[in-house]
Design a protein around this ligand. Structure first.
Ligand code: ATP
Ligand code: MG
Length: 246
């Protein structure tokens, strides 16, 4: 089991300050539809994100942010270009292979939480481990540990409807992290939260980043984007700015 502090092997020349990027996109395009009905949602994006970076992606509605996240998250295949995830070319993989990569290496947090309403918090978190093939005996313990890490040790038996929006999002974060992924992807994770819960969720992301996680956060909100270390602006499927904040 890799941990979040594991690093990829150093570059071929041995230089420690040139780690294998977690994400390397080269001239990536995603075209939906065909002929006169086609939409170029991602239009020639090249991007490198290194281990431990906390990057936000901003841009107007329809600019291609979620499409880009779906590609980075191996939820969707590229129309053209190349995608290497931790040095592995994933642009050549089929659906089954992509699903395996997703389960083992990537944690997702969505605006709508995407929790199953009839399952308790720990059962929701455990799901991530079932798909990853973790034995039953380990699953409950790890799910409860993950919930404790997000401050929900006393809510493990609650169903989503018995939790506040902020608590539901923390369950979703626990589910994303329980498999110890290399990469955490969050698409508008604070979009459905009040200001107090937004602050809690962002504090949690800050902590995860401080522990060495690589995080990519999509957000409309300037204040939320400023919490990351680097902001990438997207417009019409292209990167228009890429700014390191700290
Ligand atoms: N499955 C799809 N089929 C066809 N077109 C799509 C599909 N998904 C997205 N698009 C189109 O691709 C473009 C980019 O969409 P995307 O969802 O990536 O935007 P976004 O930046 O995430 O927007 P928002 O801020 O509203 O979430 C849009 O023009 C959208 O209509
Ligand atoms: Mg979107």
């Amino acid at each position: 089991m890799t941990t979040m502090l594991d690093r990829e092997p150093a570059a071929a020349d041995g230089s420690a300050d040139d780690p294998t990027p977690v994400i390397r996109l080269t001239d990536v395009r995603k075209i939906y539809g065909s002929g006169s009905m086609h939409v170029t949602a991602v239009d020639g994006v090249s991007l490198r994100i290194d281990p431990g970076e906390y990057v936000s992606i901003t841009g107007p509605s329809g600019s291609g942010k979620s499409t880009l996240m779906h590609i980075i998250g191996c939820l969707d295949v590229l129309s053209s270009g190349r995608y290497e995830l931790s040095g592995e070319d994933v642009s050549v993989l089929d659906e089954v292979e992509l699903a395996q990569i997703r389960n083992r290496r990537i944690g997702f947090v969505f605006q709508q939480f995407n929790l199953l309403p009839h399952l308790s918090a720990w059962r929701n978190v455990e799901l991530g481990l079932i798909y990853a093939g973790v034995p039953r005996a380990d699953r409950k313990r790890r799910a409860i540990e993950a919930l404790a890490k997000v401050g929900l040790a006393d809510r493990i038996g609650h169903k989503p409807g018995e939790l506040s929006g902020g608590q539901q999002q923390r369950v979703a974060v626990a589910r994303a992290l329980v498999g110890d992924p290399t990469l955490l992807l969050a698409d508008e994770p604070t979009g459905n939260l009040d200001s107090k819960s937004t602050e809690d969720a962002l504090g949690l992301l800050d902590e995860l980043h401080a522990q060495g996680r690589t995080i990519v956060l999509i957000t409309h909100e300037h204040d939320v984007a400023r919490r990351s270390g680097r902001t990438i602006a997207v417009r019409d499927g292209r990167i228009t700015a890429d700014e390191v904040l700290r």
